[in-house]
Design a binder for this molecule. Structure first.
Ligand SMILES: Nc1ncnc2c1ncn2[C@@H]1O[C@H](COP(=O)(O)OP(=O)(O)O)[C@@H](O)[C@H]1O
Ligand code: SF4
Ligand SMILES: [Mg+2]
Length: 338
């Protein structure tokens, strides 16, 4: 988190009105439906939402890694430093991202090559990317493992992925991504499979490296608790849409969307022993039949008749440069202020 970097710096990555559909035997899945966000150097955008809300699909679209078909980008633009990536065609799109944008996936074991040592994999990435000699790349591989705080890095570069614990493997994945020296790093639930303490350590580490390198970080998570400590800005996603966008400070001070409010209530708090943890009733909608009106209405405690019929405008502007997609956004926000 870097408060000293003004939000007005030219964006590295800009996603605008992105919509992605899948054609399936059960119908069309609108996985992402009008998502916009941007990331500037040295800032962290958290994308938060329950499972199935379109977080991974939107990131794969950004990277040019969606399999098309069955996926189809039906609207929108993705720009890197002003260059329209979708206009470049898939191969150039992937090449530009390969050079400037890196992604850390949720499942480190599946993303690392089991038959090569961690050191070999880092060394190959560094040689291919930076044209380093084998010897220099080997040295940098150790430095990168040091950077992500893998103890005894000189020894551990000689080991295979399965010899690392889950937390240490995630650190290796982050080191792999950093070997590419990206300007933007997209971390897709990088700590979800790990225990809470390790999660916190890795998130803090990511934040530190990001600030030091002035990367733009897109941090995907389903855990609103993670957001408070690491991110500058938040995009809350529900059923493929951005339902609230604001600075972390403003969202915590007063959420403007009932879904955000419910997510905030569901953060486990260390000072609340046993029980007391609110869960959001119901489930996210079936992606092939999203309800009419506001997609959140069957689960919303604030819903009124209009919500069952009229979809709220996608981003109602609110004070402090924030937006929310709720008919009653301003009231919800003012209620939260008390
Ligand atoms: N290959 C696919 N075919 C059909 N539907 C898919 C495919 N991949 C993802 N989806 C659907 O797209 C929606 C968004 O998925 P995803 O982005 O993975 O969610 P999240 O990362 O937020 O958990 C989900 O409803 C999911 O079922
Ligand atoms: S528009 Fe209505 S149903 Fe949707 S979040 Fe707002 S109050 Fe709830
Ligand atoms: Mg996902």
């Amino acid at each position: 988190m870097t408060d000293q970097v003004p939000a007005t710096t030219t964006p590295l990555l800009e996603v605008e009105d992105l919509a992605v559909e899948f054609t399936t035997p059960d119908g069309v899945v609108r996985a992402v439906d009008g998502l916009s966000y941007s990331v500037t150097p040295g800032r962290t955008m958290a994308i938060v939402g329950e499972s199935g809300s379109g977080k991974s699909v939107s990131s794969l679209a950004v990277m040019g890694l969606l399999q098309m078909p069955p996926a189809r980008i039906v609207r929108g633009s993705i720009r890197f430093k002003g260059e329209d990536l979708l206009g470049l065609g898939p191969a150039r799109h992937r090449a530009v991202c390969g050079e400037h944008v890196a992604m850390v996936f949720q499942d480190a074991l599946a993303s690392l090559n089991p038959v090569h040592t961690v050191g070999w994999q880092l060394t190959e990435a560094l040689r291919a990317r930076r044209g380093l000699s084998r010897r220099d790349a080997g040295k940098q591989a150790v430095e990168l493992l040091d950077l992500v705080q893998v103890p005894h890095a000189t020894q551990r570069v000689k080991e295979y992925p399965h010899q690392f614990s889950g937390g240490m493997r995630q650190r290796v994945m982050i080191a792999m991504a950093l070997a590419l020296d990206p300007e933007v790093l997209i971390a897709d639930e990088p700590t979800t499979a790990l225990d809470v303490t390790v999660q916190a350590q890795i998130m803090r580490l990511l934040g530190e490296i990001q600030a030091e390198r002035q990367m733009g970080l897109v941090l995907i998570t389903h855990d609103m608790g993670v957001v408070a400590n690491v991110a500058d800005d938040v995009t809350v996603m529900y059923a493929g849409r951005a339902v609230e966008q604001a600075s972390v400070f403003d969202v915590y001070a007063a959420p403007a969307h009932p879904y955000t409010r419910a997510l905030l209530r569901s953060i486990p708090r260390l000072d609340q022993k046993g029980g007391g943890l609110a869960v959001i009733p119901g489930r996210p909608p079936d992606p092939t039949s999203v309800p009419d009106g506001c997609p959140f209405h069957p689960r919303c405690e604030r819903a009124e008749d209009i919500c069952r019929v009229d979809p709220p405008p996608p981003s109602i502007p609110l004070p402090y440069d924030r937006t929310a997609a709720c008919h009653f956004a301003e009231e919800v926000m003012n209620d939260a202020r008390g």
